[in-house]
Design a binder for this molecule. Structure first.
Ligand code: BV8
Length: 256
């Protein structure tokens, strides 16, 4: 039995001029991609992701970190966006001004059809040179891991933002400007712990926006949200789009 969506939320969303959505690992949970907080499986169960997703871990054991991302990349390649991702595509196409900011690196939003979006933490499908920073799309496969940059011979790394690394100024500026100017901020599937992303809903609230949180669990954001709907994103987001009588092309396409 899905959660009942409050009428005042529907009224607010129907009248919203500028909507910002922040997503975290929870929106991909139903695609079969484990969230950061779920215990990792198999060989990786012994590691804490927050320890592995750091420059220190890569410096200490580059092969281990490279193999961890290769394992996650394979998992993601075998999965696909779910109804929650597709519902956000229908929202983007129906609303006057919409920006999706994701913490996720799985690329599922783009795959589902989202275009007005910012990948704050990079994308696991992209690889870059550890030394020179440019994205590398081809390299010679040898037994050595991580592979070597074909230009400078330095080690390659995933093009993601690790803990302790800065996020692109331009991405941050766009995300914070949009959060400050929006009239409705929707937080989906995030524990609202990782900075600076976790500051976005707080800024929106401070600047007068209403805040909707979609998460089966309570988080630090739940107490300040105007609506905290504790249910799965793939239940609630399609319901939201349908209650608004918005076209559901992306949802319908995914359900076929
Ligand atoms: C920076 C890419 C500075 C890599 C990631 C103390 C206080 C404040 C900040 C800090 C601090 N100490 C350190 C910091 C900074 C640090 C930070 O925030 N640490 C945290 C742990 C406190 N932040 C940083 O280091 C950032 N950089 O601050 O730079 C700087 C400036 C200039 C120069 C140098 C440095 C960089 C942070 C980016 C880290 N990289 N990802 C990778 O993925 O391998 S973050 C990583 O964590 C993922 O992106 C993931 O998204 C995120 C975890 O958060 P969530 O997305 O929320 O996922 P989580 O598993 O936590 O929660 C899932 C939620 O989904 C749950 O609530 C669950 O209930 C819900 N859910 C489950 N199923 C569903 C669902 N919801 C809906 N539907 C469902 N079906």
């Amino acid at each position: 039995m899905s959660l009942q969506i409050p009428d005042d939320l529907i009224t607010t969303l129907a009248a919203a001029e500028r909507v910002v959505v922040l997503t975290g690992a929870g929106i991909s949970a139903e695609s079969g991609v484990p969230t950061f907080r779920e215990a990792q499986t198999g060989l990786w169960a012994q590691y804490d992701p927050r320890e592995l997703a750091t420059p220190q871990a890569f410096a200490r054991n580059p092969r281990l970190v490279w193999e961890w991302y290769a394992w996650r990349r394979k998992l993601i390649q075998q999965a696909k966006p779910n109804l929650a991702h597709h519902a956000l595509v229908d929202l983007e196409q129906a609303l006057p001004t919409f920006l999706l900011v994701t913490q996720n690196i799985d690329g599922f939003h783009w795959l589902a059809g989202s275009r007005d979006m910012i990948e704050l933490h990079g994308n696991i499908a992209r690889t870059r040179c550890y030394e020179e920073g440019h994205v590398v799309s081809w390299w010679e496969e040898t037994d050595e891991l991580p592979p070597r940059c074909p230009h400078c011979g330095g080690p390659l790394r995933p093009d993601v933002v690790w803990f302790g690394e800065g996020i692109s100024e331009q991405a941050l500026r766009s995300a914070f400007d949009a959060a400050a100017a929006c009239d409705l901020f929707i937080s989906v599937g995030t524990s609202a712990m990782v900075q600076p992303a976790a500051g976005l809903p707080l800024l929106a609230k401070r600047m007068g926006a209403r805040v909707l949180e979609i998460n089966p669990a309570q988080t630090a954001l739940s107490v300040i949200a105007d609506w905290s709907l504790q249910d799965k994103a793939s239940n609630l987001l399609p319901q939201l789009v349908r209650r608004l009588d918005f076209p559901t092309n992306a949802i319908d396409g995914a359900e076929q």
